[in-house]
Write a protein of this length. Structure first.
Length: 496
């Protein structure tokens, strides 16, 4: 009888012990949730899906901030995320407590396509190594005059392509993306492509298609219900397939570089990374390997080419929407650069109006309204709230860029937002389109150079003419889950 009871007794003890552990875990989670920032009550499995507009996720969060304040919690499916909405809380988190908010948050679509690797999406010591390497390598390759010359050369090709339109209307998307992508090719691969090159056109197609698919409904839903949608067809699956092909494209470039590498004379980003891999071969904690090289190179294209192309596309649209701004920027270009000089960064300091226009283009577009997601590296107390380690955080950059305390009538395009009474450029700590703190965009400096040189080169040679009148132009962007994009439009250019 005793022998028969022993297994039952042991099973009961183990069951009781397991139940206690489960109860303690639930209690802990409940306690953590009570101490987290307030927010709408989540439903099982779907979280706050019913309170979120998948067509305009940033707008949903703006509305929730009006009810719950500048720090609140939402549930994407069963996963909590903290939203920071307002300039003060964004700066407090990313700057004052920057070390604690320095990790990259787990956006499902980004984690699936990057596997948490590369400059943009790794964390911890690996991210620090890659970030430092990328910064020093871009400087070594000549972030100044050397890169300026590459951009000026590509700007010349763009001018010739625009001339070839002969007054016909066209969509500028492909012109701009080909130009910015070729600039990045020269930095990453050490060469530019002919605009008719089939491999180059395929690269452009994959990058552009992935960017446009970010605003599709299925992609937005994947960021909320990744486990379920992993097994269903949709635009998210196309993004995954395209990403694999992009990685193969870069891998082929790496193969070529491995065969031609001259360690004493690195000519581009891939060369420098391959040399670093060899130098770190005996370091078991090294961040440098071939998969990391491929992903980091793709990060350069995403941050440096695609985003820059979208800002330029929006900038041309805005200049046609506001003819007086268009005319005034032409006058400054004529006065400072003239018809024959090649635009360069040395001109920028003498062109406060053009500089202010570029700032206002960035501000109004707010390309990444919620920022790329951050995460806290440890259990963190922020203001009076508790944020558990690893929690995804959305520091809403648009809430700074559209803060009416700093920018009167923020919904309006107003160059005066960045000009003082004397007509000089007015700087603002609210101007953070590239984020701020530890994760400020690595490509910020490069993007600034590309936008200034390309925009002034276009306007130096051409007058922009919209299809229809200025009132027909719609400057409201298409909204994705994390990014926005200008709507498609047609224009023609007339030689000056």
């Amino acid at each position: 009888m005793l022998c028969m009871m022993e297994p039952f007794g042991l099973t009961s003890i183990l069951l009781l012990f397991g139940t206690c552990l489960l109860f303690m875990a639930i209690q802990r989670k409940t306690s953590e949730r009570r101490r987290m920032p307030p927010g709408p009550f989540p439903l099982p499995l779907i979280g706050n899906f019913l309170q979120l507009d998948t067509k305009n996720f940033p707008r949903s969060l703006e509305k929730l901030s009006q009810k719950y304040g500048p720090v609140f919690t939402i549930y994407l499916g069963s996963t909590p995320a903290v939203v920071l909405y307002g300039h003060d809380v964004v700066m407090e988190a990313l700057v004052a407590q920057g070390d604690e908010f320095a990790d990259r948050g787990a956006s499902p679509i980004l984690m699936k396509t990057t596997n948490g690797t590369g400059i943009g999406f790794s964390n911890g010591e690996i991210w620090k190594q890659l970030r430092h390497f990328a910064e020093t390598t871009l400087e070594m390759l000549g972030m100044g005059q050397n890169i300026e010359k590459k951009i000026q050369k590509e700007a010349g090709f763009l001018v010739e392509r625009l001339k070839s339109t002969n007054g016909r209307t066209f969509d500028p998307t492909s012109f701009l993306s080909q130009t910015t992508t070729n600039i990045l090719c020269s930095i990453a691969f050490g060469k530019r492509f002919n605009y008719e090159d089939k491999n180059f056109l395929r690269l452009l197609h994959l990058l552009d298609e992935n960017a446009s698919l970010q605003s599709s409904t299925m992609t937005k839903l994947y960021n909320i219900f990744p486990t379920i949608l992993d097994y269903l067809p949709g635009s998210h699956q196309k993004i995954f397939k395209n990403t694999e092909e992009l990685q193969q494209f870069v891998s082929r470039q790496v193969d070529v570089h491995q065969k031609t590498l001259q360690p004493e004379h690195p000519g581009d980003f891939i060369d420098a990374f391959l040399i670093k891999i060899e130098q770190e071969r005996q370091n078991s904690h090294s961040a440098f390997d071939l998969p990391s090289l491929v992903r980091s190179t793709l990060d350069l294209f995403t941050a440096g080419a695609q985003s820059t192309s979208l800002v330029l596309k929006y900038g041309l649209l805005v200049l046609m929407k506001y003819p007086k701004v268009h005319e005034k920027i032409l006058q400054e270009i004529d006065s400072v650069i003239g018809p024959s000089q090649i635009p360069c960064m040395a001109h920028l300091g003498k062109m406060p109006y053009t500089d202010a226009v570029i700032h206002e283009i960035h501000r109004c577009l707010a390309l990444v309204p919620l920022n790329l997601p951050h995460a806290v590296i440890k259990d963190t107390f922020f203001r009076q709230y508790f944020i558990p380690k690893g929690t995804t955080v959305f520091p809403a950059l648009k809430s700074s860029l559209y803060d009416s305390r700093e920018f009167p009538n923020p919904q309006q395009f107003d160059v005066g937002h960045f000009l003082d009474k004397k007509g000089a450029l007015r700087k603002s700590e609210f101007f953070i389109p590239f984020s701020t703190g530890k994760r400020v965009c690595l490509g910020k400096k490069l993007t600034d150079i590309i936008i200034f040189i390309l925009l002034t080169t276009i306007l130096q040679h051409f007058t922009l003419k919209p299809l229809g009148g200025p009132d027909d132009l719609d400057t409201s962007p298409i909204t994705g889950f994390l990014t926005v994009a200008p709507k498609s439009y047609q224009l023609s250019v007339a030689p000056r």
